[in-house]
Design a protein around this ligand. Structure first.
Ligand code: AMP
Length: 386
């Protein structure tokens, strides 16, 4: 069979050129399934994980279909977090750069007036979190009558964060004659209901693997006592010696503790959690993208939307609460065809009750752990001597 190609979709020269510069050589699985249908203006319900190339799956067709001359927004993309909103805005701007597509991101904790001024200018695409989008609608600073495409990204996360009521309120305000696409890693009942109520005979697409990523991620579980976690964490980093690693914690207190410990031990690291100023968060994310430091200690919330292709290790210092969160966290590694590893530190109790790990990963045996610790001690000793 021929290798699928972006040429198959007869995209305009402007979009093709942008994909070339972004080094998107061939479409990922989700892109192969979504792009042709989205170009036909079908409503789509897409089960796909982060890392699958889902942003470009909706980004390419809508950017292609946008009418440049229209001054009012034609595309509304809802995301669960500010970070993801910024990331998606960036992706849309990159895909649409030669078509001169203007995308604006609106999210909380940034001055309303700045966004209002941006929305007064020509804007083709608005990407935003539901609360702030609703604010703009209520204050009539976001015009909806030309919205032709609505994309709800990471719908399951919207639900987890309690944003579904806002999403429904926005749906009520939008023109009925529009294309709607919903992307989500899982489809709990509430999301299903939303799709049934607000979509027009949607085509369902399921990408079971995470496309560019799944086959390239190796999952491991280490059973460890709570009080040993910091030591084991350091052992793992010594042995794995990653160029770029995210360490996930469940709370910002844990982030501070782990960060403090690593910082003191001389690690090249930074931290990211919701307690930090937005500006600092962006600076840390930018620094991580640029490779200015190797270890990022973060909460789930703060790390959403981190789009870095070369993260080669994800460590779950705390076991994530839900399966979806595990999928999102580990989707930060093994991206764009790179190899990646996800290592989870779990207490025996967590390990036995956490389904995704029981089913999808290779548990690490005690023997492996002892070997790791020995290797770590030897490496530390060698570096002390030299
Ligand atoms: P996403 O699932 O949208 O977060 O995308 C995951 C990563 O894959 C991002 O870093 C994209 O830049 C990258 N990506 C998306 N589509 C392609 C493609 N067709 N070829 C290579 N990389 C891609």
């Amino acid at each position: 069979m021929n290798q699928p190609s972006f040429l198959d979709y007869r995209l305009s020269e402007d979009i093709q050129r942008a994909l070339g510069i972004m080094k998107y050589e061939s479409p990922t699985e989700v892109q192969q399934k979504v792009i042709p249908l989205a170009l036909e203006r079908k409503d789509l319900v897409v089960k796909a994980q982060t890392g699958s190339g889902k942003t470009a799956a909706f980004g390419i067709p809508v950017t292609e279909l946008i009418e440049w001359e229209e001054n009012k927004p034609q595309v509304l993309i809802l995301t669960p977090t500010r970070e993801l909103a910024v990331q998606v805005r960036e992706d849309m701007t990159n895909i649409g750069r030669f078509k001169r597509i203007k995308a604006t991101a609106v999210y909380g904790k940034e001055p309303f007036s700045k966004q209002r001024d941006e929305l007064k200018q020509k804007t083709h695409i608005v990407v935003g979190t539901p609360g702030r989008v609703m604010d703009h609608i209520e204050r009539e600073t976001l015009v909806l009558d030309k919205i032709d495409y609505l994309i709800i990204d990471e719908a399951d996360e919207m639900l987890n964060r309690g944003f579904l009521a806002d999403v429904e309120a926005i749906l009520q305000e939008l023109p009925r004659d529009r294309v709607t696409m919903v992307f989500s890693a899982t489809f709990p009942n509430d999301i299903e209901r939303l799709c049934q109520k607000h979509m027009n005979e949607p085509v369902r697409i399921a990408i079971e693997s995470s496309g560019v990523t799944a086959s390239t991620i190796e999952h491991r579980l280490i059973e460890v006592r709570r009080e040993d976690k910091l030591t084991v964490l350091q052992d793992v980093t010594v042995v794995e010696n990653p160029d770029s690693c995210i360490i996930f914690c469940r709370t910002k207190e844990h982030v501070d503790t782990v960060y403090g410990e690593l910082d003191q031990a001389g690690y090249s690291c930074e931290r990211l959690h919701g307690g930090l100023e937005q500006e600092d968060r962006f600076a840390v994310m930018e620094g991580f993208k640029m490779g200015n430091f190797r270890y990022l200690v973060a909460t789930d919330v703060a790390a959403r939307g981190i789009d870095v292709d070369n993260v080669n290790l994800v460590i779950n210092y705390d076991v994530p609460m839900e399966k979806e969160s595990y999928v999102h966290r580990t989707g930060r590694t093994g991206r764009a065809g790179n190899a990646g590893k996800a290592i989870t530190l779990a207490t025996p109790h967590e390990a036995s009750s956490f389904a995704p790990l029981r089913h999808s990963s290779n548990s690490i045996s005690q023997r492996w752990m002892r070997r790791t610790q020995r290797k770590s001690r030897a490496t530390k000793l060698r570096s002390k001597r030299s």
